[in-house]
Write a protein that binds this ligand. Sequence first.
Ligand code: G6P
Length: 348
Amino acid sequence: EQINKGKYEHYMQKEIHEQPESLTTSMRGRLIRGGSSKKKSVLLGGLKDHLKTIRRSRRIVFIGCGTSYNAALAARPILEELSDIPVMMEIASDLLDRQAPVYRDDTIIFVSQSGETADTLNALEYARENGALCVGITNTVGSAIARNTHCGVHINAGSEIGVASTKAYTSQIVVLAMVALAIGADTVSTKQRREGIIESLLNLPGKIREVLKLDEQMKDLARSLISEQSLVMFGRGYNYATALEGALKVKEVALMHSEGILAGEMKHGLLALVDENLPIVVITTRDQCFSKQQSVIQQLKAKRSTDSYVYRRRCSNLPLQLLAYHLTVLRGYNVDQPRNLAKSVTTE
Ligand code: G6P
């Protein structure tokens, strides 16, 4: 399955560019734009028998590592909004280090591309012992996490070879958005909002095709950053996860120190590092955080004279994937197999 690079030089590059198709596959047969009645709905076979239990949960907890954790963080606001249930975030190893309380009426969603990450699997064992309902979101049919959870959804992104996750990240977010839609499907007051989200999801592959046209622009930006020591990314709201994931990509493959910062926290620390030399990416989309991000930009501009800003209406993560890819190639590093990292970490 899809194991040659085709016209691309690297797997990461191929996987970035095939996202319109991988997202279409993730949604296929699951999002229904009903014929003449124009009824829009979501159908997730692997969850349907458990939705009632999930809706009655005391809380929903996301557990993952690395990019999978970031995907869950990206989906959190939409799940909170549509389920009206508190949604907590847990890094698998940290939950175990703390032996954090887990309850019988918790729904725990395990997010893992490989379905084999040891930390996530150990957290799954712990959650099962504590009686929680365990849901698996993986890209690997038959993986340990898929087998050992009570129910779940495969993201169907196709095999991902590049160690740094790209297309699996976007498919995880889309699948988690569909999970949120399924959990909220009975709520009359959010019907219009849900239909709007379904429509946006169905239009996403086309939007991504547009954003991928930024390739050359991102290469130019990468060229200007090639000898930097560090890169800071600011995001908030839906784009907090974008900032963390953008920085993770730059660290993983371009081997450059990078930090994703919640913009609301800027004044509580990072601002001290801002000077003329520190390169900063501010992620801004037209959402409820737009004006707050504008004031962040103003505050930063007051401290420096030159800046480059990435601006797109939607799909804000894609340009950062392209940026990390080009930065790596230009710096001469191995983009598909970064030093010291493994695609799937099966030891604790
Ligand atoms: C490793 C990989 C990352 C991945 C993380 C979680 O660190 O290098 O790309 O995000 O594991 O993997 P999973 O398969 O559980 O999503």
